[in-house]
Design a protein around this ligand. Structure first.
Ligand SMILES: *Cc1c(COP(=O)(O)O)cnc(C)c1O
Length: 520
């Protein structure tokens, strides 16, 4: 390394002091980890980042409702506000900062091209109340996105408006309920079958619509137990809600058999499509006998997840359910123009209603279509292949130290599921292990889900990670697994040691939450 600069200050400290034994700093900051108070605690009443002219005198028309005391908003200058939010943003772990291996969540890179397209003034400055004649381009984007979604899924109808995956589930299952009502069987068919490995939103959706949830056990490979499934079929069954690939990271091979038996028994097949990233371009759900399925644009199609929104969860429907899909729908007029059908009338007479204001998350439609067009159909196929390859690479690297709950039953799909057997007798729990990963600079994987596996650790790397990133991750996990087995328990029970906050009292936080800032 002759080119290395040997002048100036040494770049290597003589002795490494562990963060635990280092004395506390006077400021509370730890190097570039800056402490940040609540914005109300930085308040200086009367300070402001803007100079506004004195308001003109206006007659008070609020009568006795007018507020008598100060509003109580914090007063800060512009640089204080900028620092406050910048420091908060630095406390966030994000996909732009590092690998985010949350199983089932598909935390993949959000291409910057998507952002650029969504910011084009013609899209970004649209108002939902604009006359239709002025938003033809936006409607074309929605129509083209619908076309891609229907082609990729092999399904004849789509509702774009749902605002999240769970919202899509509700929209799909509401159409199933509407179809049962139209058949006059809504009172009789009240049961929805949900495998024990399902995402919690599945039983919640069914229950929210007034269905009774009935669990189905999994077999010893993590797939639906066919015998248990067939035994639960009857004329009281409205639907099954099945995820494929499922949350154990394996493909339900018998899905056609499940669909046929269910249809035979008069039920509908809802598929949770959140894991579509594993099969996009490879498998068309329409060929599997599915009646309704949501897609998470913020998973498979690379739009941002964003703290609880704005997500987008379009739902595709089979021929049987298409008439019951909600409004709005896009319609091509005789003169070639596009319009939105907003009312349940005419062709849309059987629509069960609407689920969202206006037409859904336009910004996400632009991003998702950009992603589809920039990949093309061959590129999307490769997405699924690489997502599966990356998960299997991690599986191969980790399986020597970690434990596979169903044994090594062949390749996994886009995510790999481990359990806590390898931690037995070490005094380290799945939770401790996850906290130690934070010290290593990684967001933990999905923990304790799916519930069918003890101490589950579900890892989904996605296709957007390089081999180098996967190796770095695998090396850290292997190091941790070996440390746990060799009795280095403190590393885990004391973790996280290097994060701005140590372990929180989660019981206290759940039992006695402090939800509101109070002075003093
Ligand atoms: C993410 C996910 C959902 C819910 O999607 P949201 O957009 O978070 O509401 C449902 N099911 C599965 C399997 C998921 O992974």
């Amino acid at each position: 390394m002759s080119a290395m600069n040997t002048q100036g200050r040494p770049t290597r400290p003589d002795a490494v002091v562990s963060a635990d034994s280092a004395p506390a700093t006077f400021s509370g900051n730890r190097a570039l980890h800056l402490e940040e108070k609540l914005i109300f605690e930085k308040d200086s009443a009367g300070r402001s980042g803007v100079d506004l002219p004195e308001p003109p005198p206006v007659a008070n028309r609020l009568g006795g409702l007018a507020r008598g005391e100060a509003v109580g908003l914090p007063g800060l200058s512009e640089p204080q506000v900028v620092r406050h939010y910048t420091r908060l943003s630095q406390k966030n772990y994000a996909i732009d900062a590092g690998l985010f291996p949350l199983g089932s969540c598909t935390m993949k890179h959000n291409p910057r091209l998507n952002e650029r397209m969504a910011r084009l003034p013609g899209f970004a400055d649209l108002h939902p109340m604009q006359p239709e004649s002025t938003i033809q381009g936006a409607l074309q984007v929605m129509q083209q996105l619908s076309h891609w979604i229907m082609t990729l899924t092999g399904m004849p109808a789509v509702a774009l408006s749902p605002g999240a995956g769970a919202h899509g589930e509700l929209t799909g299952m509401a159409a199933i309920r509407a179809a049962l009502e139209a058949r006059g069987e809504a009172g009789k068919r009240r049961k929805v079958l949900v495998p024990d490995s399902a995402h919690g939103t599945n039983p919640a959706t069914a229950a929210a619509l007034g269905f009774q949830v009935s669990g189905i056990a999994e077999d010893d490979t993590g797939r639906v137990d066919l015998k248990a499934f067939e035994a639960s079929l009857g004329d009281d069954v409205a639907a099954i809600m099945l995820t494929n690939p499922n949350t154990c990271g394996v493909f339900e091979y018998d899905i056609r058999r499940i669909a046929d038996a269910l249809h035979e028994a008069g039920g509908y097949f809802y598929c949770d499509g959140a894991n579509f990233n594993a099969i996009v371009g490879r498998v068309r759900p329409g060929d599997l006998g599915i009646d309704a399925m949501h897609l998470n644009l913020h998973k498979t199609f690379s739009t941002p997840h964003g703290g609880g929104g704005p997500g987008s969860g379009p739902v595709v429907y089979s021929e049987a359910l298409a008439p019951f899909a909600p409004v709005p729908r896009i319609q091509k007029n005789a003169d070639g123009s596009l319009s939105l059908v907003e009312q349940a009338a005419g062709d849309a007479a059987q629509a069960f209603g609407r689920v969202k204001g206006f037409h859904g998350q336009m910004g996400m439609f632009v991003r998702a279509l950009t992603y589809m067009l920039s990949h093309g159909s061959d590129g999307l196929r490769q997405v699924a292949e690489d997502a599966v390859l990356n998960a299997n690479y991690l599986k191969a690297r980790l399986k020597g130290e970690f434990s596979l709950p169903y044994g090594d039953t062949g390749p996994c799909m886009h995510e790999v599921l481990f359990d806590d057997t390898f931690l037995k007798g070490t005094g380290v729990s799945t939770l401790d292990f996850a906290k130690a990963m934070i010290d290593e600079g990684f967001h933990p994987m999905t923990m304790y889900f799916p519930l069918v596996v003890h101490g589950a650790m579900l890892i989904e790397p996605t296709e957007t990670e390089t081999k180098a990133a996967l190796d770095e991750f695998a090396d850290s996990l292997l190091g941790l697994a070996k440390a746990a087995k060799s009795g280095d328990t403190d590393r885990f029970t004391q973790a996280p040691r290097f994060s701005p906050r140590r372990r929180l009292d989660e019981t206290q936080a759940a039992r006695k939450p402090v939800l509101r800032w109070q002075a003093g």
